[in-house]
Design a protein around this ligand. Sequence first.
Ligand SMILES: [Zn+2]
Length: 277
Amino acid sequence: MKLNGTSSNIPPNGTSTNGQPSNGNHKNGYALNKHFAGMPDHGMPDHDVPDNELLNHDELVDEIGDAHGAASIDTPMRSDAFAIDDDLKIDLIEEHFREIMSILGLDLTDDSLKGSPRRVAKMYVNEIFSGLNPANKPAPTLFDNKFRYNEMLVEKDITVQTYCEHHFVPIIGRAHVAYISSGKVIGLSKLNRVVEYFSKRPQVQERLTIQIAEELKRVLETDDVAVIIDAKHLCVSTRGVRDINSSTTTSAYGGKFSEEATKQEFLRYVAQPSVTI
Ligand SMILES: [Zn+2]
């Protein structure tokens, strides 16, 4: 059994194929596992679960899910992530999600349920995970800093709606980002767009925070960037420990924001009540 195995199918009899290519041919004659067979996975090491006297396999998987740590700044992606187009991804996800619902015992002929597999597939590809595709990355609109505004610019209370990559349930919160211009300024809405783009992926909050900060550094050509995210994880509030009150705060401080005075100035702006209009 693999911790991070390639796409393994569960055949109708319910026994695991242990990551081996399945006979699950797509209706278009496309075999998912056949296509991906032999393709390397990236990201977390693809190793067998070590023997562990304290934790069985399921417990170990739960532990990793609860640790919420990111192994890398980059979202772990397959090298062949875009070998198939979005339309085919929707068809394939629809088929597999229908299988999940069926295994759960749901009646897919029911009027209320029969459209759900395709609805979920379209939502995954076109909406909530559209940020996996670099083609959807917002193009930065930069302007010269004509006003010679050399103080920090803070964009706060940016809505964050992302999905925990360990449980595939929402993480909802707010981001506060800031930068000090190195000569270029960015359109304000682009700050929101950058947060939104990296949020539309299965995420861990730590990685999301760093990805936003690194993208802003790259686009703005400065290390003087700060990002704070404060968010609630539905995997903490609706399952597991079921704590509806706790939230998680992460931060990334680059360049001048590593200096205490600058960091404190940023935190003061963030702490101020938001303007209401
Ligand atoms: Zn989670």
